[in-house]
Design a protein around this ligand. Structure first.
Ligand SMILES: Nc1ncnc2c1ncn2[C@@H]1O[C@H](COP(=O)(O)OP(=O)(O)OP(=O)(O)O)[C@@H](O)[C@H]1O
Ligand SMILES: [Mg+2]
Length: 384
């Protein structure tokens, strides 16, 4: 069995965005040093790093420099090419493993893996040409999501088409003439995510599901715990446990799930890393997702995942920033239950995740109402 990696060692994080920043904060709080690799020298996690490698994610030389100087490597993004991950794994353990990342980073491979292990997914077809795209759309009835197999996030690399939409050739071009997965658009009752942690010893901890709300295909708010039927909680947990074991996971795995109107659960997609929908774990759970990541990759005993208090988050996007300075947030912080998290990301872009508001509440509904109020949003949110 692999040894624990003790505080004082350096943890290498590939990707210096907000997830890398918060993982670095948790590592620092536990006495670890932090190495970060990112192409952007001004990335969010840089100030936390005592070793910074400025390199593109497909640069083997940069990756090797990080791996040589770190006791363990983890990634906050999925798009690191497999050969780069495999090269790093020769120098330091990469957790989750390059094989897990290889499966997850390609939507098609991911769907095939889910099917092979009998995890439930919605109907889909693969398409590797305009002709195959046309066939897929016909077979699925035309009301579909077309998703590029590689590289998408926050709804990018996706096209939502209704029945009788544009012809397949223009859709194929619009997507960038790239292999894709075509999914039937499903009527959803709700969306949840489940976060699993497993360490090399085999110990597993599953967080209670979060209820997630998307607007324009980007996560808008999330609340912990998801106020859903106990049967659904049990099923979501069973799927997460089985996946963590099947993958021999070392680290975190977030599983996005759809709840259909008939209360069946389907797996939407996987992310082998901390997840935006679990930011509320910072105050809702006995252990935050970032501390759990550090414990898991360092093979330390995992922290408790129980709910301490319901909590919700609301994402803050670039459009809220009229100028390059941060807007005032004193109004948002008037409720003493509300906290502000800003990532310090620049440049500003509409739909870029710049930070989030976080609120504890007496119930999931109360936490959500508080965070919506703090964000200046009318509380129209409806629970399933
Ligand atoms: N087949 C589908 N049926 C109904 N809704 C869907 C379907 N696929 C995607 N969506 C909606 O679009 C959202 C984003 O889709 P998906 O998770 O595949 O994209 P993504 O760009 O990888 O998102 P992210 O990286 O932000 O999680 C989903 O959370 C859901 O709200
Ligand atoms: Mg998603």
């Amino acid at each position: 069995m692999s040894q624990a990696i003790a505080p004082g060692a350096r943890i290498g994080i590939v990707g210096g965005g907000q997830l890398g920043l918060m993982a670095a904060l948790a590592a620092r709080a536990m006495g670890y040093r932090v190495g970060v690799l990112d192409p952007d020298p001004c990335c969010a996690a840089r100030p936390l790093a005592d070793l910074f490698v400025a390199a593109p994610f497909d640069d083997v030389g940069g990756a090797l420099e990080l791996a040589r100087r770190c006791a363990v490597i983890t990634a906050e993004i999925e798009k690191v090419p497999y050969p780069v991950l495999a090269a790093m794994a020769e120098k330091a353990p990469v957790r989750p493993s390059p094989e897990v990342l290889r499966i997850v980073q390609d939507r098609l491979r991911q769907k095939q893996w889910l099917a092979r292990h009998a995890f439930p997914t919605g109907p889909y077809h693969a398409a590797k040409s305009a002709a195959q795209l046309a066939t897929a759309l016909t077979r699925l009835g035309g009301d579909c999501f077309i998703k590029a197999a590689a590289g998408g996030y926050d709804g990018r690399g996706q096209i939502r088409v209704g029945p009788g939409a544009a012809d397949a050739i223009s859709l194929w071009r619009e997507l960038g003439a790239t292999a894709c997965v075509v999914e039937r658009a499903l009527p959803l009752r709700a969306e949840i995510s489940v976060l699993a942690a497993r360490r090399p010893s085999g110990e597993i901890a599953i967080f209670p599901p979060a209820l997630n709300h998307h607007r324009r295909r980007i996560l808008d708010w999330a609340v912990l715990p998801a106020p859903i039927h106990p049967d659904l909680l049990d099923r979501a947990r069973a799927i997460a446990l089985a996946m963590a074991n099947t993958f021999h996971l070392e680290g975190l795995l977030a599983i996005e799930m759809f709840i259909r109107s008939d209360r069946t659960l389907l797996v939407n997609e996987l992310a082998p890393r901390p997840h935006n929908s679990y930011h509320a774990s910072e105050i809702a759970c006995q252990t935050s997702q970032f501390e759990q990541l550090i414990r898991a990759i360092c093979n330390l005993p995992l922290g408790g995942t129980g709910i301490v208090r319901p909590a919700a988050i609301k994402n803050l996007f670039g459009q809220r920033w009229a100028k390059s300075e941060d807007p005032p947030f004193d109004h948002s912080l008037r409720d003493p239950q509300v906290k502000l998290r800003l990532y310090g990301k620049r440049p500003l872009r509409p739909d870029r995740k710049m930070g989030h508001l976080l609120a504890a509440g007496d119930s999931p509904r109360d936490a959500l109402a508080r965070v919506e109020r703090a964000a200046g949003a009318a509380n129209k949110s409806v629970f399933p």
